[in-house]
Write a protein that binds this ligand. Sequence first.
Ligand SMILES: Cc1ncc(COP(=O)(O)OP(=O)(O)O)c(N)n1
Ligand SMILES: Cc1nc(C(=O)O)sc1CCOP(=O)(O)O
Ligand SMILES: [Mg+2]
Length: 208
Amino acid sequence: MPSLGRLHLITDTRPGRDALAVLAAALPVAHTELVVQVRVEDTTTDREAYELTRQVLVLCRPYGVTCLVNDRLHVALAAGASGGHVGADDLPVATARRVLGSDAVLGATAREPVSAAEAVAAGASYLGVGPCHATTTKDGLPPAIGVAGVRAVVEAVTVPVIAIGGVTAEDVPVLRSAGVYGVAVVGALSGAADPAHAAAEFMDALAC
Ligand SMILES: Cc1ncc(COP(=O)(O)OP(=O)(O)O)c(N)n1
Ligand SMILES: Cc1nc(C(=O)O)sc1CCOP(=O)(O)O
Ligand SMILES: [Mg+2]
């Protein structure tokens, strides 16, 4: 199984965003500490998701960076990504593990300790835990669980926990103190005036 990086860059495919440009800026800064999760809008076709994933893989390959696909495991397999990420509305974790195989990286979303432990027992290799803070990137999320909520999950599992939801580089020290392995971000990189500089701030914070 590929090693897991600590900075998970989730693609921002909303209108006006340039997911590939942000990735190209982050790769030479974060190297193998970067994981790219290809996440597309619900209205995006499978063909478009596949083409984006192939483009992401071409950019990632020289850096040895792991690429995962959110939700659409058939796209992950077809494109040759290293794995996928599933949540409550996606395939069950055990099924996702069966689909992807034992060597794949499989992330699962967890918001509290009980379902977190269940996801790990079902085959998740890491957990995305949140929303840590309020976010404008995704609608319909439950209230933020804060650092205390993230810590509660960390204490319930042995796999790496990746905090998500409104996370900034300034949040990293307290999250690392709470035991998280890394962070997943959309807006903090995609919305940055200088994504390379923003990635460097995350890397500095994650190195401590
Ligand atoms: C690292 C990480 N954590 C959580 C999520 C959210 O997944 P999910 O709950 O399935 O929601 P969608 O992203 O599919 O809208 C994630 N993608 N990545
Ligand atoms: C896709 C996603 N899932 C979340 C969850 O808590 O499950 S929060 C989120 C969006 C994260 O974007 P940003 O870094 O801009 O807040
Ligand atoms: Mg999902």
